[in-house]
Design a protein around this ligand. Structure first.
Ligand code: CO8
Length: 258
């Protein structure tokens, strides 16, 4: 087994996964995605982690799926061997909130990986794009779907059909990223947001994440019904009782489940 292509650390209830394949600008190959999958699942199952940050280097979050690995494959291989397995989607199915901390290139599968996270915080040098069309192919890890939901059809269609990249500022205006920060402050600022999330009651955070994500999958009426039921369910949480008692007693809450 070769060395892992991700590095992991935990700081104050925040799990950090750093993509670590600098020679290929963090191009996503099978090993990197398997390493990312197992690191992310382990953190998701760790009750001491309340938020997971996925990041790359200053130059590249990830420059896409590995074109050298893909190039020799034929239809039978990618289809029947199910190239892009469920592992490649694992980040979208974690229960713990996830933040993509993006600097530099987030292209193709890199942009798609960032969009699988619950929110994106971008350095001012970040560039997002779906350049697959220039390779004679199309996005394969959700780009046509998640980019369209994030920025709307006009910009998504333009980006996917021309392969043009979107800089951080435009990405924030378009709703793809939550915040743009100075490149040298990226991790400090991301850790502030991650720390705030990790400091909340974990059952409430998980319920909230699930409800917001439901908005992308369902009708308004169904989504509102789902939200109301989840809201009702929070009344079974000890932390809901504690949170409201703390407010009324003018003190900080002491979460039981963090
Ligand atoms: N795959 C493999 N290697 C890559 C990739 C990549 N996506 N991107 C960069 N590299 C490698 C280069 O080949 C180079 O390696 P070497 O030194 O051995 O030649 C090294 O990284 C450095 O790259 P550059 O010299 O090109 O660096 P530059 O700063 O000049 O350019 C760019 C940076 C603009 C990011 C440029 O590297 C580039 O255009 N990369 C490709 C971007 C791209 O097309 N991405 C989309 C890939 S397709 C995809 O993501 C499909 C996703 C859905 C399917 C998933 C199924 C697996």
């Amino acid at each position: 087994m070769s060395d892992s292509l991700v590095r992991t650390e935990t700081r104050d209830r925040v799990g950090i996964i750093t993509l670590d394949r600098p020679d290929a600008l963090n191009a996503l190959n099978s090993q990197l995605m398997a390493d990312l999958d197992s690191a992310a699942r382990a953190m998701d199952n760790d009750p001491d982690i309340g938020c997971i940050v996925i990041t790359g280097s200053q130059k590249a979050f990830a420059a896409g799926a590995d074109i050298k690995e893909m190039q020799p494959k034929d239809f039978a291989q990618v289809h029947y061997e199910d190239f892009i397995t469920d592992d490649w989607e694992a980040i979208a199915h974690l229960r713990t909130p996830t933040i993509a901390a993006v600097a530099g290139h987030a292209l193709g599968g890199g942009c798609e990986l960032a969009m699988m996270c619950d929110l994106i915080i971008a350095a001012d040098n970040a560039k997002f794009g779906q350049p697959e069309i220039k390779l004679g192919t199309i996005p394969g890890m959700g780009g046509t779907q998640r980019l369209t939901r994030a920025v709307g059809k006009a910009k998504a269609m333009e980006m996917c059909l021309t392969g043009r990249t979107m800089k951080a500022e435009e990405a924030e205006r378009a709703g793809l990223v939550a915040q743009v920060v100075a490149a040298d402050e990226l991790m400090d600022r991301v850790l502030e947001t991650a720390g705030t999330i990790a400091g909340m009651s974990l059952p409430a955070v998980m319920a909230c994440k699930e409800a917001v994500n439901r908005a992308e999958e369902t009708t308004l009426a169904e989504g509102v019904r789902f939200e109301r039921r989840s809201f009702h369910a929070t009344f079974a949480f000890e932390d809901r009782a504690e949170g409201m008692a703390a407010f009324n007693e003018k003190r900080e809450p002491h979460w039981k489940h963090r």
